[in-house]
Design a protein around this ligand. Sequence first.
Ligand code: ZN
Length: 215
Amino acid sequence: MGDRLSTAKRAGRHRVVRADGRPAEVEDLQVLIADLLAMLGEQPRRNGLLKTPERVAKALRFMTQGYQQDIERLLNGALFPIDYDEMVIVKDIDFFSLCEHHLLPFFGKCHVGYIPNKKVVGLSKIPRVVDAFSRRLQVQERLTVQIAETLQSKLNAHGVGVVIEARHLCMMMRGVEKQNTIAVTSSMLGVFRSQQQTRDEFLKLIRRGSVGDPD
Ligand code: ZN
């Protein structure tokens, strides 16, 4: 009981939720992680764990930095007018996210395609958009839709397709304990939804081997 009280007091002294809605400082997070270690039955002051709260706090901040990223700013200045209305595909984009149900990683590959409408976006910006949405607490379905809808609205494209293939540690390490299961989600907008031929072309192109792969 005494321990519990001191934990509550400490959490109260460090303002965990800030009035301006910004995330807590790393120092505040550290206090919570140290408490968590103790609650798991560990001794946070033993040698191997001394720096763990700080490391975990920093890692968590890194893995959730998407909340601070301004997608508007990321894309503005990277849009270029062009007379090209064939499909653009950026595939096999590695991503890492945290499932919002267990705070465990899910990770895999994201494939993005779009058909430009008088403008394109710098190719390197597409993985940046994927990072901005994946470095948050997520569910795979919402991540897929957010990437697709953002590109659709910022590019005013004729259509956007996004496919995500991911492994979820919460399925692998616990729960159903299925180690080889891959969850696939897709979001098809505009012509990717209305024209089967466009959708099929996209799906065929993302399934082809990568450049440099043996045939
Ligand atoms: Zn989960």
